[in-house]
Design a binder for this molecule. Structure first.
Ligand SMILES: Nc1ncnc2c1ncn2[C@@H]1O[C@H](COP(=O)(O)OP(=O)(O)OP(=O)(O)O)[C@@H](O)[C@H]1O
Ligand SMILES: [Mg+2]
Length: 229
């Protein structure tokens, strides 16, 4: 089966207070296009760092990250941004909404970058899907944590990504809203064939993905149902 993501011998080393800190140590896996994967592990184990490397938001210290057949380490920042806009949706652990834009405008950004049509109507539709049609003109500071998380979700969906990275997408949501958001994620996988890579502490959510990768101290300690390309 076709793989959408190939990670080979990836390490990430930070220089911190004059010494080297190995946050990811020789990580290897391949992800089949259209599959669903949970990444779990304790706080500080490197999950967010790994997601950032896979999505081309950050660069590995060594190794290769191949997204849709494109080796990200060979690209400059602008080229990586273009690849992200074309293929990737990202839901950040800390949302990362633009503070000077309203909820609606935040969702519109990726659509504008793509030069899409009917941007406002489409963005409103996405906000409605996450239950925020009546908050579209609120700025991020005027939204609760869970509401910001849902705007971030709507934004990540907007360019119908081939691959969606979600960092704790239900971390700030109540049970009912969490269930709605999970349904949206899996519907996107089912209807649009979007590959889902979800970092989560929520065991119920992790249990719903086809594959589960556990990391600890920057190394993979288990990989259930791996599919190597
Ligand atoms: N820019 C940086 N410089 C130095 N160390 C960093 C940097 N970013 C992250 N780290 C360290 O890398 C380790 C992994 O961080 P990461 O955010 O990937 O963990 P995580 O698994 O996502 O944790 P959590 O579940 O708490 O979100 C942490 O120990 C963190 O302190
Ligand atoms: Mg994290």
């Amino acid at each position: 089966m076709e793989s959408i993501l190939n990670i080979r011998n990836v390490s990430k080393i930070y220089q911190s207070a004059g010494r080297e800190l190995t946050v990811l140590d020789n990580i290897n896996f391949s992800i089949t296009a259209g599959s669903t994967v949970a990444i779990t592990g304790p706080s500080g184990s490197g999950k967010t760092t790994l997601l950032g490397l896979c999505a081309g938001l950050d660069r590995a210290s060594s190794g290769t990250v191949e997204l849709n057949g494109i080796a990200l380490e060979k690209l400059n920042e602008d080229e990586r941004a273009a690849i992200r806009n074309q293929y990737v949706g990202f839901i950040f652990q800390n949302f990362q909404l633009l503070p000077t834009l309203t909820a609606l405008e935040n969702v519109m950004v990726p659509l504008e970058l793509r030069g899409a049509k009917n941007i406002r109507a489409h963005a409103l539709e996405l906000l409605d899907k996450v239950g925020l049609a009546d908050r579209s003109h609120h700025y991020p500071v005027q939204l609760s944590g869970g509401e910001q998380q849902r705007v971030s979700l709507a934004r990540a969906f907007s360019n119908q990504p081939a691959i969606l990275f979600a960092d704790e997408p239900t971390g700030n949501l109540d049970a009912e809203t969490s269930e709605k958001v999970i349904k949206l994620l899996f519907d996107l996988n089912k209807d649009a064939g979007t590959t889902l890579i979800i970092v989560t502490h929520d065991l119920e959510l992790a249990a719903r993905t086809a594959r589960s990768i556990k990391i600890k101290g920057g190394v993979i300690i288990s990989d259930e149902n791996p599919t190597y390309a």
